[in-house]
Write a protein that binds this ligand. Structure first.
Ligand code: SAM
Length: 232
């Protein structure tokens, strides 16, 4: 089923200065079909209308693209149905993307579809971010969209990035920064910039970029029960 290619292409250009080539749009269109098909078997997303999918999943996911350094290694925590990992990997073939989610079924879908559509720079891992000790301090960039409140997100995501690496959090606005001051300080993370914009449907969005300035202190991340019960 064809999506509104022009809406995708023009929005990416006007909102993010991103020029998507025809191959990338073909891949994202095929991804839409794959998600809708898989959604009949298990719940990947509630957003399945064509235009809604383009706006709320594809364009929104592409908002973080321009902040990713050239040739970076990137891990997308809580990637679910492949957002933002799949659109990022499709638009930035120079970036090595790892999608991580605690639900194996979702990662099997994302990984299998990436292989089928020839998105070779995307691989998947299933597991909980805070338990992935082998992956700590390994990535240049971490992304996360719709996973948890910012103080919790900082604790589960920041251990995965190298010192000097960045975390890109997909949020609605900057309001969570205030309650995240202690988490930022404790985890050696600094807020570098914010990019606010409106999706074509008028929904407000904000990309928050953080930098890791020193290694994560050894006592973090804690077990998830603790992280959730007593957020930093
Ligand atoms: N990022 C996707 C999106 O924007 O459509 C999925 C969002 S979904 C609401 C949240 C996802 O995060 C779920 O698939 C869940 O399994 C995953 N998740 C939550 N906490 C996690 C953790 N600590 N480690 C790995 N995955 C996690």
């Amino acid at each position: 089923m064809s999506i509104n290619r022009l809406l995708l292409q023009e929005s990416a250009e006007s909102l993010f200065g991103l020029s998507l080539d025809e191959d990338c749009i073909d891949t994202l269109e095929a991804y839409y079909d794959a998600v809708v098909e898989a959604n009949k078997e298990f719940n990947l997303t509630s957003i399945t209308g064509k235009d809604e999918f383009v706006v709320k999943h594809l364009i929104d996911s592409l908002a973080g693209v321009s902040f990713i350094p050239e040739g970076a290694t990137l891990i997308d925590v809580g990637s679910g149905g492949g957002f933002p990992s799949f659109p990022i990997a499709s638009a930035r073939r120079d970036v090595q993307v790892t999608a991580l989610d605690s639900t194996a079924k979702k990662m099997n879908f994302v990984g299998g579809t990436a292989r089928f559509l020839g998105v070779k720079n995307l691989k998947t891992i299933s597991g909980r971010a805070e338990e992935m000790k082998d992956l700590f301090e390994r990535f240049d960039t971490v992304t996360a969209r719709a996973v948890s409140a910012l103080p919790i997100l900082l604790e589960i995501c920041s251990p995965l990035i190298k010192v000097g690496g960045i975390m890109i959090a997909y949020k609605t606005d900057e309001s969570e920064l205030e309650v995240s001051k202690n988490a930022l300080k404790t985890l050696n993370m600094t807020h570098k910039k914010s990019f606010s914009f409106n999706l074509p449907n008028g929904d407000r969005r904000c990309i928050l970029v953080f930098e890791k300035t020193s290694p994560t202190p050894k006592q973090y991340p804690r077990q998830y029960g603790q992280i959730k019960k007593r957020p930093l």
